[in-house]
Design a protein around this ligand. Sequence first.
Ligand SMILES: C[S@@+](CC[C@H](N)C(=O)[O-])C[C@H]1O[C@@H](n2cnc3c(N)ncnc32)[C@H](O)[C@@H]1O
Length: 315
Amino acid sequence: MPESFFILSKDYLELAIDEVTTIVKMYDRFAKIKIISNLVIVQSKTNANKISDRLTFVKTSGQILRKMSGLFLDQENFQVLKNTKTFVCRVINLSSNQFNTSELENSMGDMISKFTNAKVKLENPDITVYLIFTNEENFFGFSEKIKERKRPKKIKKYPHELDWKLTRVMINLTGLKKGQTLCDPFCGTGTTLLESESMGINAIGIDFDQKMCEISKENLKINGYKSKILKSDFQELVKISEKFDGIVTDLPYGRSSKISEKPEDILKRLISIIPKHKKIAIMFKKELDPKMKLKGLKKYQIYRHKSLTRTILIK
Ligand SMILES: C[S@@+](CC[C@H](N)C(=O)[O-])C[C@H]1O[C@@H](n2cnc3c(N)ncnc32)[C@H](O)[C@@H]1O
């Protein structure tokens, strides 16, 4: 079974690990996953690029060639470099040992150049060969040149908008698949809808503020996206519940956006109407937290700045 590796950013490590796990299992429920700090090793039939393409907090990913117990330049590894014109070696040291990584990269590069026709190219090579060191085991891996992911454009912004990374990770933590549909009942500028459509997930947005509906529509239109926008109170989601598979949303904070009632009342009302058997990812400010009795949900705390820590609930 092929093995892939994913080096995660440490910014929101818990979210990042759960995101990889959810997406890997979404594609292949029999996949095996091993986590060594911010390195995730996946044994699965799913291609590493396909997994990586959905993810938010991955810095580097590729295929594992083998554990670093034998020589790199054996017959099997030669195959990877056989038709390669350019390559670069990169050392990723996640172990507690200190060593001179550039020296190691250089000598590995010299060795590969001697035994193959490939030439070292530091920027944008055909293949990057990785030497990954951890306290447990070490690996050889490689990745091929991949096209940079096209990001959705956002022409209209607003102070209350959520950043795309937290939005995308929330969608991914629900495990919604391509072709399914999500609903954001507080869609604001449409961040959730844009991220969702960029991953092939359909979306429906609801906002009670006409201005926000217009902004969302413009942001969708420039990308050629087709999410529906309903100008309505979020209660509308009950009526349209047959049309979506999950709810992903960031609740109003009562600061820069219009709000129909106190944030705590909105959260209570929302929780009471969420249709059963839907996937959910809801973000709100941490202060609302203790008053709610919520079972079967995974909770994350996201520190944003001194006066704002957010809670994310996932089901
Ligand atoms: C925090 S903002 C959402 C931001 C959004 N995630 C974005 O990136 O632009 C909350 C939104 O909830 C809307 N809102 C407030 N009360 C509402 C209600 N009762 N029903 C529907 N929308 C409401 C506000 O107009 C605002 O656009």
